[in-house]
Design a protein around this ligand. Structure first.
Ligand code: HEC
Length: 122
């Protein structure tokens, strides 16, 4: 019996592991980058906000904020839903229905940063 060139069943675990590693590495890449400002640097508060978004929000609201388990946040939706930014900060801090509260998990600066990120970048 000729030996098969690729023994797929035997390779499958390695292939799956590689796929998961690649997917994990790509996940953060899909989260929109903070644009560079006039001084040639991205706004540091928005950079913090993006990292908080990756760590705490993207799994429910989608990498691009387009929604998933959580509502869509992108396309300036947050600015129209919350004309007053303070109301959005309260929602993120206290949660609403199946949206978890973050007041115990994030400090106020992180909440302010991620809220800005959803309004200004997503
Ligand atoms: C476990 C999933 C989950 C995580 C994690 C999560 N959310 Fe949510 N979020 C939801 C759900 C579900 C809703 C809709 C709640 C409702 O109105 O019933 C929601 C609603 C919201 C809303 C209100 C949106 C609207 O349409 O009025 C905002 C703002 C929000 N989330 C921001 C965030 C931010 C910022 C983070 C990260 C710090 C985050 N969420 C993390 C599930 C999540």
């Amino acid at each position: 019996m000729p030996r098969r060139l690729l023994d797929l069943p035997r390779l499958l675990p390695a292939v799956l592991t590689a796929a998961i590693v690649v997917a994990g590495a790509c996940a953060a890449d899909d989260v929109p980058e903070v644009p560079v400002g006039p001084d040639g640097y991205p706004d540091p508060e928005l950079v913090v906000g993006r990292q908080v978004y990756i760590d705490r929000c993207a799994n429910c609201h989608g990498n691009d904020g387009g929604g998933g388990r959580g509502t869509k946040l992108s396309d300036a939706r947050m600015v129209s839903v919350y004309p007053d930014v303070a109301d959005q900060v309260v929602t993120v801090a206290d949660g609403v229905r199946s949206m978890p509260a973050f007041v115990e998990v994030l400090d106020p600066e992180e909440i302010a940063a991620v809220v800005r990120y959803t309004r200004e970048v997503l």
